[in-house]
Design a protein around this ligand. Structure first.
Ligand code: SAM
Length: 293
């Protein structure tokens, strides 16, 4: 393979401030082919650039949120494996998700409405302008309702209301930090319907102790929990953890035949790039060194 780059002249974005033990110790560097947007909102710094391998990359407060080339893995895996465990979901809620990728996947389902609550309207505006292919029209969809407020305060307003809740926030820093708390999980438990399911982006398997703490918090509130592993090449150190929780449905033990039937029916109408019935189960099989108690 011929290497045509001249690294001494390249301009880089260096991701070195992920929370936890990697903070300042491991840098994940991307060559910036083109700077697309750089700015500051009331809540966070936003950077969008083009990289030759990943395509367009969105960074908030110095941490990569998505790349054009692998965002489908994150967005499909945070939504479909949980929504398809529910026999009849009607009302969905997304906390965060300002780029619109999660909303794009949720509205593919036969639901009545999906509310998305992001603290930062500017992220939604900038993503629609510079990364429109992520939301792909989802913000304008008749099932979508988009609100700009703090997800923590929003959740307290509901009891027994949502069938699906998806926590698509940043890592546990800045405006997202309080979304990784037992108090918030308690409010989620109250806001879910009897068979309601919540999915969570939890962070990197490099921060195993943190994941275990969050799993312990979920277990203290929900009867059923599950954790899955996905590889996100554009994320710092690559291996990420999503969790699911429910008080009514045993997410790990929904019969395989039922999942297969629902997934196949869904895939007939919606072309997906990553999620399928096999990966539904495979993602929940954790290697020995990553098993959460
Ligand atoms: N895929 C991403 C990742 O790397 O984990 C997360 C996607 S999304 C861009 C994260 C969103 O969460 C941002 O738009 C941010 O404004 C929003 N957010 C952060 N804290 C929040 C809060 N307390 N309430 C609602 N939204 C919040």
């Amino acid at each position: 393979m011929k290497n045509t780059s001249s690294p001494q002249n390249d301009i880089y974005f260096s991701e070195g401030t992920v929370p936890g033990k990697r903070y300042g110790k491991i840098h994940h560097k991307f060559v910036i082919e083109q700077l697309i947007y750089k700015g500051k909102t009331d809540f966070q710094d936003i950077l969008i650039f083009e990289n030759a391998v990943y395509g367009k990359v969105l960074v908030l407060d110095g941490i990569v949120q998505l790349s054009e080339s692998d965002e489908f893995i994150y967005h499909e895996m945070l939504t479909h494996p949980y929504i398809l465990c529910h026999p009849n979901p009607k009302r969905a809620l997304i906390i965060g998700g300002g780029d619109g990728g999660t909303l794009r996947e949720v509205i593919k389902h036969d639901i009545e409405e999906c509310t998305m609550v992001d603290i930062d309207g500017k992220v939604v505006e900038i993503c629609q302008q510079y990364l429109p292919f992520i939301s792909d029209g989802a913000f304008q969809h008749e099932k979508a309702k988009v609100l700009f407020e703090d997800g923590l305060a929003f959740m307290k307003k509901f009891q027994n209301h949502f069938d699906i809740i998806i926590i698509d926030c940043n890592d546990a820093i800045g405006p997202s930090e309080k979304l990784f708390s037992k108090a918030f999980y308690q409010d989620i438990g109250a806001a879910l319907t009897e068979n309601g399911i919540c999915s969570f982006q939890m962070g990197s398997f490099m921060d195993f102790d943190f994941l275990q703490e969050m799993h312990d918090n979920l277990k203290s509130i929900f009867k059923y929990t599950t954790a899955s592993k996905l590889t996100m090449p554009c994320y710092h150190c690559g291996e990420y953890c999503f969790m699911g929780a429910s008080n009514g449905l045993d997410l790990k033990n929904i019969p395989a035949e039922q999942i297969k039937e629902r997934v196949e029916k869904f895939i007939q109408k919606n072309s997906l790039k990553y999620y399928n019935a096999d990966i539904h189960h495979a993602a929940q099989c954790l290697p020995t060194n990553m098993q959460l108690k």
